[in-house]
Ligand binder design. Structure first.
Ligand SMILES: *[C@@H]1O[C@H](CO)[C@@H](O)[C@H](O)[C@H]1NC(C)=O
Ligand SMILES: *[C@@H]1O[C@H](CO)[C@@H](O)[C@H](O)[C@H]1NC(C)=O
Ligand SMILES: *[C@@H]1O[C@H](CO)[C@@H](O)[C@H](O)[C@H]1NC(C)=O
Ligand SMILES: *[C@@H]1O[C@H](CO)[C@@H](O)[C@H](O)[C@H]1NC(C)=O
Ligand SMILES: *[C@@H]1O[C@H](CO)[C@@H](O)[C@H](O)[C@H]1NC(C)=O
Length: 348
């Protein structure tokens, strides 16, 4: 029952977010964008645009340094933060300097870059396609992983003259990472440390109401999700639900069903090769998370070749949304992120 309740809440949050309500209304500064929010909280902000190989024009936000940091080092280590499904870079700055890990890391001397994946409110442009065309929306987190992340990572490394960066992803921000580093293994060496909050790759144990539905016919999923308003492509939702209802329990590419043969030259979608993800990964999970279920996270822990830490958030009720909004986010999550980053800093 509690699970059902959580899922309902999440669906409501999704819908409110898609209508542009939650990120704005949850905070007093409801009309500010990410850049303006950062400035409002007293930090310097920058806005950058990055064009992907397939023409999507993405916006990145940056906190280049903190006014509270005494570091005079101009070549600060980079942290790249990637939001989740229906989210945006605003998710990382909304709670302000006392609770958002990005300001805390800036205070510690890091250079903070915030990604925005294709289709979200800051990344709705394309070199040739209009957002009114269905071709613009024809993507899932697969394309975000193979196009958006490589372009954004390369842009940041180029601008900062670094060879690698720290990556912090939440939920879909972790899925994109696993897609990127498995499909394009050359990106592993560009990652100094990956911190995965609510990692979502294997999802066969997801305890969502939809999972309980006995779908005779998977073709219905796209129809159901086409009802969701634009802001995240329905294909990202469908791809997640495919992961949940797959009999194989594998982390698979998008299932085009009878078009798989044309697309992949095999009847079923190929598996993402997690063995290729050689970058060091720390997995943070909540015991009560219906989307990143502990069973699936443990499976991920045992599949990835370079897990440096498996961290269970030390609060039994911790769930998916808590990663963004928990009251005790500092002792439960942020302090541990900062500790891990410090531990890894000495290794370079
Ligand atoms: C900066 O220096 C001041 C004075 O030395 C010190 O009180 C403060 O804690 C330092 N801040 C940081 C973030 O290191
Ligand atoms: C942050 O914490 C400081 C010191 O504890 C407090 O003075 C300040 O009001 C807090 N800021 C916000 C936005 O909560
Ligand atoms: C960044 O990209 C530009 C243009 O492609 C290139 O000329 C420059 O050498 C790159 N800088 C670094 C540090 O990689
Ligand atoms: C599944 O649904 C689609 C769309 O409603 C329909 O065209 C197809 O025949 C159905 N397949 C089966 C096996 O029922
Ligand atoms: C997580 O994986 C590591 C090896 O990568 C293993 O030593 C550890 O026992 C695993 N943890 C759990 C709880 O399965």
């Amino acid at each position: 029952m509690q699970i059902v309740w959580q899922c309902l809440c999440l669906v409501v949050v999704w819908i409110l977010r898609l209508s542009g309500f939650v990120s704005e209304a949850a905070i007093p500064h409801r009309y500010l964008n990410t850049h303006q929010l950062i400035v409002k909280y007293g930090y310097p902000a920058e806005t950058h645009t990055v064009t992907t190989e397939d023409g999507y024009i993405l916006t990145m936000h940056r906190i280049p340094y903190s006014p509270k940091s005494n570091s005079t080092d101009t070549k600060r280590p980079v942290v790249f933060l990637q939001h989740g499904l229906t989210g945006s870079s605003a998710d990382w700055v909304i709670l302000g300097p006392n609770k958002s890990v990005c300001y805390m890391l800036a205070d510690k001397g890091y250079d903070i870059w915030l990604g925005n994946s294709r289709g979200n409110k800051y990344s709705k442009k394309h070199t040739t396609l209009s957002t009114k065309s269905s071709k613009f929306w024809d993507f899932s987190w697969h394309e975000m992983g193979i196009y958006d992340l490589p372009s954004m990572i390369d842009y940041v490394l180029n601008r900062t003259s670094h060879h690698n960066l720290h990556y912090i992803g939440i939920s879909m921000g972790t899925t994109m990472f696993f897609v990127c580093t498995s499909m394009k293994p050359e990106y592993n060496r560009k990652i100094h440390l990956m911190i995965a909050l609510a990692p979502t790759a294997f999802m066969a144990n997801s305890k969502t109401p939809l999972h309980k539905l006995n779908l005779m016919n998977k073709s219905l999923l796209p129809v159901m999700f086409s009802l969701i308003p634009a802001g995240a492509s329905w294909k990202s939702f469908v791809h997640y639900f495919q992961e949940m209802i797959t009999d194989s329990g594998k982390f698979l590419q998008y299932d085009y069903e009878n078009l798989n043969m044309a697309k992949y030259r095999q009847p079923t979608p190929p598996e993402y090769n997690l063995q290729a993800v050689t970058a060091p990964v720390a997995l943070f999970y909540g015991s009560n998370d219906p989307f990143a279920d502990p069973t699936d996270v443990l499976k991920l822990n045992n599949t990835l070749p370079n897990v440096v830490e498996l961290y269970r958030v030390p609060w039994d009720q911790f769930n998916h949304i808590d990663f963004i909004v928990a009251n005790d986010v500092n002792p439960l999550i942020n302090d541990h992120i900062i500790y891990l980053m410090k531990r890894f800093k000495t290794l370079t």
